[in-house]
Design a protein around this ligand. Sequence first.
Ligand code: ADP
Ligand code: MG
Length: 387
Amino acid sequence: MRVGIIGAGQLARMLLESASALGLEVTILAEHPDDAAALTAHNVIIGTPKDPEALAALADVVDVITFDHELVDLDLLEELESAGTVRVAPSPAALICAVDKVAMRTHLAGHDLPMPDFLAIEPGSAFSFDDLGGRFGWPMVVKAARGGYDGRGVFVVDNVDDARTVINRLHGEGTTALIEEHVVIVSELAALVCRDSAGIIVSWPVVETAQIDGVCREVLVPGNVSDAQRQEGENIALAVADIVKNVGIMAVELFATERGLLINELAMRPHNSGHWTQDGSVTSQFENHLRAVAGLPMGAPSMTATHVACINVFGGPDALDPFHSLHDALGVSGAHIHLYGKEPRPGRKLGHVTVTGDDPDEIRHAGWAAAISLGTVMPDELKRETR
Ligand SMILES: Nc1ncnc2c1ncn2[C@@H]1O[C@H](COP(=O)(O)OP(=O)(O)O)[C@@H](O)[C@H]1O
Ligand SMILES: [Mg+2]
């Protein structure tokens, strides 16, 4: 079974670790030779995910194609799929719900799943800016339907002038604008499931995530997730997987609110909220994704400890390479360190640290101690006790 991965970031790099253990042959489509996964892969094709020739070259040497990111051309993937020489997992019909936030909202809206109120505004369509405030109130959230990640493409606007500016800019770029009610978020959670082509689904415990400026900074398992929320989140993710019929991993980002959980967005590739599974679960998201994509049986998603903390490592103001502080960071007892081999820049996600144990405060502190010694600055918002 030969697996192709479109994209060569840290997710592909970590998929390679699992593929190596399983003896799967992987070819990576990388934009640059120094991309995180291109540095560790044996087989690399250089090209962009939107270049038909590069995709054809990848399809030629693999049995199934999967993804490191969602900035892909669904039409090209559909052509590849219908040519029948290679499988695409998840298939473009499922993947659209992770590529396009409007498609996701519209698709799920018919299924009685809890979501924020929303409205899609296509470029050139007639609508009244003044009606927006009446329906959504201020502030409201404007999102690019496609192409956003890590909070890029998400704008909180306070008044009609700002809404007009953002929507017109998105339309100028040919992008549909997704308007959402501004949800009062109590906490952000994520549910992670893996579905195989027979429709079997395994599901990991729901986790608590902390985003700052749209970027995930820490993941706590179970964190402040009640049993009821865990059940509700898992049920939502299972229902979504049954509807969209993804093959492989799917993360469902959730808002915990006074009125229950609401679906934020979907990802159909290994997700930052699931990195903890490498060290805290019987089978990691990376391994199960590959198993599902390759048609192999999936492994148990159970936790190997009662608590897990996963802290992201970012480039600090002086952009030192975290690799140079590895010695100190490894001095933190129990810290599993994962570095992505990316060139350090201030604010760039460069790795993560996972710690497992019985005491949620202790492991969270240990995780942060290691991340800080690797150059991460702890945001003030997260300077609190675990509970
Ligand atoms: N409707 C909303 N109301 C309030 N906050 C939101 C809303 N949508 C997104 N956010 C905040 O912005 C972050 C990024 O939004 P998201 O749609 O997940 O974009 P991305 O694709 O960049 O991850 C979320 O994690 C959340 O903190
Ligand atoms: Mg998100």
